[in-house]
Design a protein around this ligand. Structure first.
Ligand code: NAD
Length: 379
C-alpha cells in the first residue's frame, strides 16, 4: 500500500504527522512510504532521517497525493486538495467534521474514505490512538508555562531572608485531560491550585493531584456514556458564572479548559468577571479553537483587559511541536498497525469495527458516520 505524508499547510501548524521512527514502523508493515521533502525541517527531523528510516522523498506533492492509497496528516486537507485525492483513497487526519461540512461533503463526492482522528471512541483498546488525549496533555502543560511566563511573579512559596513569598493561586476550569495536566503542572511549579468541572466524578482526580475541588451546585449535570460532559442549560451556565466569580476574582492565574465534544466551547468567564480580577493576573484560554471560554479573548492574541492578560493562543500543542508530533505520530502508527492486514499489506477497512464505525466519516461517495449525519441534520 502506498502511504503519503504531506507537509502541513494549515496556517501556523508546526506539527508533523509522522516521525522518522513512525516511518520505520510503517516500513516494518511492508508499506511503501513517501513523505514530502522537507516535512520535518521545522522541528529538526531531516530528510536524511526519513530516508534512513525507509521513506522516499516526494518533490511533487500533487502527484503524490494523486497516487497515494493512504494519506496521513495532522490537519484536515485544504478543500482545493480534495480534488487531487484518488477515489477510494483513505485520508486520516484531524478533520474538524462538526465545523467543516463543506469539506466533508467534498471528500464524500470524491469517494474518499475520510477518517477523523478526533472521532476515535475512548475505549481501552483505542487509548494508544487517542490523539485528543495526547495533544490535550501538552495543551494543559503549555497553558501553565505561558501563564508562568506572562505573570510578573513566581508560582511557588519561598521563604528567604528578604521575606516570604506566598504561592500563587491558580484556578483551573474544566478538568478533562488538558485541565488535569494544567493542575499537575501548576502544582509542580508550586502554585496553590483549585479546580472546577461540571462532571462530579473528577473530584477525586483533582484531589489526588493535591488541588482543591470547588463544589458548585448547578443542579443535574453529569456526563455522557462516552465520558464527555453534557452541555449545561443557559440557566445553569449563568449560575455557574455567578458562583465561580469569586474564585476567578481571587486567582492570580486562571486556566480555562472547558469543552463539550462536538459543540462550541461554553463561555464561562465574562468580561465583568475578568474586571474583578487583580491587575497583573493572567488568564489562559485553551478552548480558543472551539470558540473560547473567555469573553473578550481574541484567537492567537494576548489581550489586556484592565491590566489582566487574556492569552488566547490556539493550537497550544503546536507550540511544543517536537513532542506533539512524536506523540501524534505514535497515535497514527498505532491506528494503522491495529487495522493493518498482514496478508494483503493494506489498511483493513472493516466498517463494522467499533472504532472505525465511530471515526470513518465518508466512504463510497457518502457521509456514513451517524453522529456527523445527525450533526448536519440529515435524515
Ligand atoms: P473535553 O476536552 O471534551 O472537555 C474538557 C473538560 O471540560 C471536561 O472535563 C468537561 O467535563 C469540562 N466541561 C464542560 N463544560 C464545562 C463547564 N461549563 N464548566 C466546567 N467544565 C466543563 O474532555 P477530554 O479532556 O477530552 O476528556 C473527557 C473525559 O474523557 C475525561 O474524563 C477523560 O479522563 C476521559 N478520557 C477517557 C479515556 C479512555 O477511557 N480511554 C481517554 C481519554 C479521556
Amino acid at each position: 500500500m502506498r502511504i503519503f505524508v504531506p507537509k502541513e499547510v494549515y496556517p501556523g501548524e508546526a506539527r508533523v504527522a509522522i516521525s522518522p521512527g513512525g516511518v520505520s514502523k510503517l516500513i516494518k508493515l511492508r508499506a511503501e512510504v513517501e513523505v514530502e521533502k522537507g516535512i520535518g525541517a521545522g522541528i529538526n527531523w531531516t530528510d536524511e532521517d526519513y530516508e534512513t528510516a525507509g521513506a522516499r522523498l516526494s518533490t511533487d506533492r500533487t502527484q503524490s497525493l494523486k497516487e497515494a492509497e493512504l494519506i496521513l496528516r495532522v490537519r484536515k486537507p485544504p478543500i482545493e486538495e480534495a480534488g487531487d485525492l484518488r477515489a477510494a483513497a483513505i485520508h486520516v487526519s484531524l478533520l474538524d467534521p462538526f465545523n467543516d461540512e463543506k469539506l466533508v461533503r467534498r471528500l464524500a463526492e470524491r469517494q474518499v474514505t475520510a477518517i477523523s482522528m478526533e472521532m476515535i471512541p475512548r475505549v481501552t483498546v483505542s487509548q494508544p490512538m487517542d490523539v485528543l488525549s495526547s495533544q490535550a496533555n501538552l495543551v494543559g502543560y503549555e497553558a501553565v508555562i505561558l501563564a508562568a511566563a506572562g505573570i510578573n511573579r513566581i508560582l511557588p512559596m519561598m521563604t528567604t531572608a528578604a521575606g516570604t513569598i506566598k504561592p500563587l493561586r491558580m484556578f483551573v476550569i474544566g478538568v478533562g485531560v488538558a485541565g488535569l495536566q494544567a493542575i499537575a503542572t501548576g502544582r509542580r511549579l508550586g502554585a496553590w491550585v483549585e479546580a472546577f468541572d461540571t462532571r462530579p466524578v473528577v473530584e477525586d482526580q483533582v484531589k489526588s493531584l493535591g488541588a482543591k475541588f470547588v463544589k458548585l451546585d448547578l443542579g443535574e449535570t453529569g456526563e455522557t456514556a462516552g465520558g464527555y460532559a453534557k452541555p449545561l442549560t443557559p440557566e445553569q451556565l449563568q449560575k455557574q458564572r455567578e458562583l465561580m466569580a469569586e474564585h476567578v476574582a481571587l486567582a492570580d492565574i486562571v486556566i480555562t479548559a472547558a469543552q463539550v465534544f462536538g459543540r462550541k466551547a461554553p463561555v464561562i468567564i465574562t468580561s465583568e468577571m475578568v474586571r474583578r480580577m487583580r491587575p497583573g493576573s493572567v488568564v489562559v484560554d485553551t478552548a480558543m479553537e472551539t470558540g473560547g471560554n473567555v469573553e473578550g479573548g481574541i484567537r492567537d492574541q494576548e489581550v489586556n483587559l484592565n491590566g489582566v492578560k487574556i492569552i488566547g493562543f490556539s493550537n497550544l500543542a503546536g507550540r511544543v511541536a517536537g513532542h506533539a508530533s512524536e506523540m501524534y505520530s505514535n497515535n497514527l502508527c498505532a491506528f494503522v498497525q491495529f487495522f493493518w492486514n498482514k496478508e494483503t499489506k493494506t489498511f483493513g477497512l472493516d466498517l463494522n469495527h467499533e472504532i472505525l464505525k465511530s471515526c470513518v466519516v465518508t466512504h463510497g461517495g457518502q457521509i456514513v458516520n451517524e453522529t456527523i449525519k445527525k450533526a448536519y441534520g440529515a435524515t
